[in-house]
Design a protein. Structure first.
Length: 202
């Protein structure tokens, strides 16, 4: 395993992992949050930062390497120092990438810049939790809005329209009168014929 892998392992269990003569990786717990712009929920996580002033050897990294590789503490320290020397040489010409931890580069002022990897959540209590996109469901009002009657506008009739309606009504009345007169004539003729012919048939 590389030194970067050992650092990654320790970040799951500790809030600070110091690389002697280089700097310390410090974690900061971030609560669950919601991004309202993308409608995405993010679970709690541990954000990894870097402090170049934490260079004192606290023995955590060296002891872990020694136990995993079954070597002495002194040899583990020597391995760390050799790795740091390689990083300091490489960073002068290119970015140094620590897999699953982050990358280092130098800015215009020759200062060390750390960019953490955001694909790993070092908070063990959030194991298995992933970011989740959601859809917004709008509330339906408990009471529907009151019904508002729609008023039908009154159509104004012109004088010509009124005359036409009167003539139509008069024509209809004349037709009804003619029908009634025709029915009366038929009834009268029926009674007349009955009065003339009916008694003789009896």
């Amino acid at each position: 395993m590389t030194t970067a892998n050992y650092i990654k392992d320790l970040l799951y269990r500790y809030d600070c992992v110091i690389v002697p003569n280089f700097g310390g990786f410090v974690t900061n717990r971030i609560s669950a949050r919601i991004n309202t712009d993308s409608n995405t929920f993010y679970p709690p996580t541990k954000e990894v930062g870097f402090n170049s002033h934490l260079t004192h050897n606290d023995g955590l990294l060296a002891n872990y390497i020694a136990s995993v590789e079954n070597i002495s503490f002194e040899k583990a320290n020597a391995t760390i120092l050799e790795t740091v020397s390689e990083w300091n040489t490489a960073i002068k010409t290119e970015a140094v990438v620590l897999e699953n931890v982050g990358s280092f580069s130098l800015n215009e002022k020759n200062q060390l810049i750390f960019s953490p990897t955001n694909t790993i959540n070092y908070l063990t209590s959030s194991f298995g939790l992933i970011s989740l996109a959601y859809s917004i469901i709008y509330d339906i009002p408990a009471h529907p809005p009151a019904w508002t009657p729609t008023l039908t506008p009154i159509v104004e009739l012109s004088a010509l329209d009124i005359i036409s309606l009167i003539l139509l009504a008069a024509l209809s009345l004349s037709l009804i009168t003619c029908v009634i007169n025709l029915i009366l004539i038929l009834l009268l003729q029926t009674f007349y014929l009955y009065s003339k012919v009916g008694p003789k048939l009896i």
